[in-house]
Design a protein around this ligand. Structure first.
Ligand code: ASP
Length: 300
């Protein structure tokens, strides 16, 4: 008989300064994501399926900067990035700067199944069409709240308070399944008013996401240009591999981000046995995980 492992799941909706009035909506987004992923894991489904399903829920939820409701770039368009990674094979699939995909995590999963690791822009959309994935209109990704923020930025200086008090809200998930397989994923609309074509850490292997059966799975959030400098997800994986606890590996990674790159952000992780860890140096990070008895723990 093949050994059965206790499954585990952790999700996040970004490290940012969350206005009090939308915390309930963020918590609800995390709850739905946990529910979607946990349903798969508790029916002996795969960690990859659980990560994909959890991230779809978060991409579809308006408060987060991923999928529908993402920040607009300097030209008033949404450009999305996503990655998914399998810890057994070390295969990953990523897409960047896509404008006509409602759930870029689905496309990233298709990329992973193919011969390449990352596709961007028009090529990624061409691949989606060839794979039979639906293409949406760029307008379908725009939430009025974000268009209004972009208008105010265009008319004066780009200010974070125009953006609903925040400039972040990337989403991610890490899952460990009953076969002992670990997977991680991250999806984002990137930073608000970014230069067209700008890609941050989120879809880059080792930066915004990493999964390795020998260490663990990680999804990051925060200031992408700083996270890239310290290759944060792989740095956290290396700390786990060196024997740090999930808590200490997460804290040390965020401390490194602050010390070496003067960056703000956070991360969630599971070690190779599925034990969760998290850390952030922003006012809040919205995240949730499934505790050992199966109850959902969601913060803040
Ligand atoms: N890391 C994302 C980026 O720089 C933003 C975020 O996580 O909030 O694109």
């Amino acid at each position: 008989m093949t050994p059965s492992f206790v499954p585990s799941l952790i999700v996040h909706g970004g490290a940012w300064n969350i206005p009090a009035e939308i915390i309930p909506e963020c918590r609800e987004g995390c709850r739905r994501a946990l529910e979607a992923g946990w349903r798969i894991l508790t029916s002996a489904g795969s960690s990859l399926d659980a990560v994909e399903a959890a991230i779809v829920e978060l991409e579809d939820a308006p408060p987060f900067d991923a999928g529908f409701g993402s920040h607009l770039n300097r030209d008033g368009r949404v450009q999305l990035d996503a990655i998914i990674m399998d810890g057994q094979s070390l295969k990953s699939g990523a897409v960047a700067a896509v404008e006509r995909i409602r759930n870029p995590i689905h496309l990233a999963r298709r990329v992973m199944a193919g011969e390449h690791a990352m596709l961007v822009g028009a090529g990624a959309e061409q691949f989606a069409a060839e794979e039979g994935l639906p293409l949406c209109s760029p307008e379908d990704l725009i939430l009025e709240r974000e268009r209004a923020a972009w208008r105010r930025c265009s008319e004066s200086d780009h200010l974070s308070e125009f953006h609903f008090g925040h400039q972040h809200g990337t989403v991610g998930a890490v899952a460990f399944d009953t076969s002992g397989r670990i997977a991680a994923g991250t999806s984002t609309g990137g930073t608000c008013c970014k230069f067209p074509g700008r890609v941050g850490d989120s879809p880059l292997i080792g930066c915004g996401c990493y999964a390795d059966a020998e260490s663990g799975g990680i999804s990051c959030t925060g200031w992408g240009e700083a996270i890239m400098k310290i290759v944060m997800a792989k740095s956290a994986a290396d700390l786990l591999h060196a024997g740090k606890s999930p808590h200490d590996a997460a804290e040390a990674s965020v401390a490194l981000l602050a010390r070496r790159a003067q960056g703000t952000g956070g991360l969630i992780l599971l070690d190779r046995e599925g034990h969760p860890g998290f850390a952030f140096n922003t006012p809040h990070m919205v995240f949730g995980y499934v505790a050992p008895k199966g109850e959902f723990v969601i913060q803040p």
